[in-house]
Every structure is written in structure tokens, then in C-alpha cells.
Design a protein around this ligand. Sequence first.
Ligand code: MRU
Length: 332
Amino acid sequence: MSTLLQLNFKPLEYTGNSLRLLDQRLLPTQEVYVECKSADSVIEAIQLMIIRGAPMIGIAGAWACCLASQEIKDLSKLLEKFEQIKAARPTAVNLMKAIERMKNTLESNGISLLEAEAQKITDEDVQMCLSMASHGLTILPNKAEYSFITHCNTGSLATAGLGTALGVLKLLHQQNKKLRVYATETRPYLQGARLTTWELNKCGIPVTLMPDSAAAFLMKTQKIDAVFVGADRIVANGDTANKIGTYALALAARANQIPFYVVAPSTSIDLSLESGKQIEIEQRAKQELIEFNGKLIAPESIDCFNPGFDITPGELITAFITEHGVKTKPNL
Ligand code: MRU
């Protein structure tokens, strides 16, 4: 197995009667694991962002269904719990798709095959990460040195495998290519500062942290080969929901003639929606903006606009890299 997959941390582990999660809220200063012993505690972990990232919350949701089946014996009550798990966060379609799979398994086979299905969802994600990474390498010109921008965290903390956007960069590094990754802080939750720099450090990949607001200036003044981001939901016309700030990066990339790639598994594609306008965008708590490390940094009484995600129009996306290859339209 690839050394990049031999992580010395396990973001998610099912024990048979609990789900052990690396508490991503405490990274990079503390590596603490929390043990979720019920479906409700997994729902809470997803909502509190103990675990996050579109593929990862789908996987956590699938295992939560297994925990629910140990607690609830009545079929209609169990299906109700599945619906609650599915609604834990609204934007990433991976969660909805994973729970639909668990529901279909329950309805056709009863509870006996739920764990096998959750394991299948997890294992498939590992494989999709590997395929996306190798397809991603095919679009890169052969060079001595590369510089990339990435946003949020799309690595092993967000998937069961190498990651999506970060997976491509990790595989390039494994092929002994010289690269530098500019990671945005990803305000306000700081997934880039706290998680991506931590993860790339662990892989030995040179990383430079920058405020989100520095990205356009970096693109204008330095040679940047491409921007690589993940996705929470890609709809039929190519519009893509991803972490807030992605749209601004895509606009800056277009203005500076830099390729902008979305790397995502087919589990992030939702062809039932025609346009990004139909995607529900999670609105996050005002506390994330007015507080920093528990201290007020803005008057408490003010109003805040704090969407967790934005929509990048499909026409700003150079290509979608899925497990099936590199495409200009998000067909499965
Ligand atoms: O709010 P988060 O941290 O769950 O948001 C994560 C992102 O927006 C990621 O870019 C996306 O889920 C892809 S992760 C492979």
C-alpha cells in the first residue's frame, strides 16, 4: 500500500459498537479522539464539526446508521433516525447519498447487511481517492517545480483515503516532484490553517499558509500552476458548492488565466438539480465571526452573514476530476 495511505492518525474508526473520531476542532494542537456510542452522538459530532468534509460526513453517517440499528428495533422508528442522520448538514450531497444507500440496504435485506454496506461505502471512497489522484496527474504538464493553491481541507481528514484535491497533490509529491502548496486559512473555521497545513506537514509536502484575501494577489504576482479544490455538491450545469471563498478563488483564477480544478468523487455529484441556485447553503452561527478563541472580536449585537459554502458557476471551472476521469461537464 502507498506510504501516503499509511497515516499515523485515524480520523474515523468503527469499533463494532461505537464510532471513534479524531476531534478535528482541536487540531493542530491536540490529537484527541471522541467515542460516539449512539447515532445521536454521531449527528452531534457532524453538526459540531468534530468530523467534517463531504465524503467523510457521508461515511460517518453510514456508520451512524449501524449504531442506530443496534439501538432501535422498530423499523419505522429506525428509518426516522436515518432521516435525522441524513439531515445533520444540508449542503454536501455525499451524506444524503450514503444514507439513501443504507436505507435501501435496510429495506431490502434488514439490518444484517448494514455494516457490510457502511464498510463498502468507506472502501469505495479509498479507491475513488486513488483514481482521482491518478487522473489528476494526467492534466499536469511535466515540470521541474509546481506551485498550487488549495482551499479548505480536502485530504485524509475529509475522506477515507488520500483526499480529493489534496490527493492529487500528495500523489504528485510521491512521484518525487517538487511542489509547493499555498493553503488558504479558510476563514472563519480555519480548515486550511488548522487542518491542511497539519496534514501536508505530516506528508512532508511544503506548504505556505496565507489569508484567504491574499490569494488574488499571489496569483497576480507569482507563478501559480493551478488551483485545486474539492466539492460538496456538483449539479448538472457544473455549478459547484464548496467551502465559502471558493467562488472568489475561481474568479481570481479566471482573471489571471490560471486553471481551476474541482476534484470530487461521483458521490458529490447531484444530477437531480439543474443549477446551483437549487443547492441549500448551510448558514453558520454568528459566533464563528464575532468570536476568536472564545474572545469577542466584534460587537455582539451586530448582524452577520456567515454562509458555510458558496456556489462557483460551472463556467469558471476548467475541469472536474472524478474517479472516472477528467471532464468538462459533471456527468457520472
Ligand atoms: O465545512 P466543511 O469543513 O465540512 O467543508 C468542507 C469543504 O468544503 C470541502 O472542500 C469539501 O467538503 C470537499 S472535502 C474532500
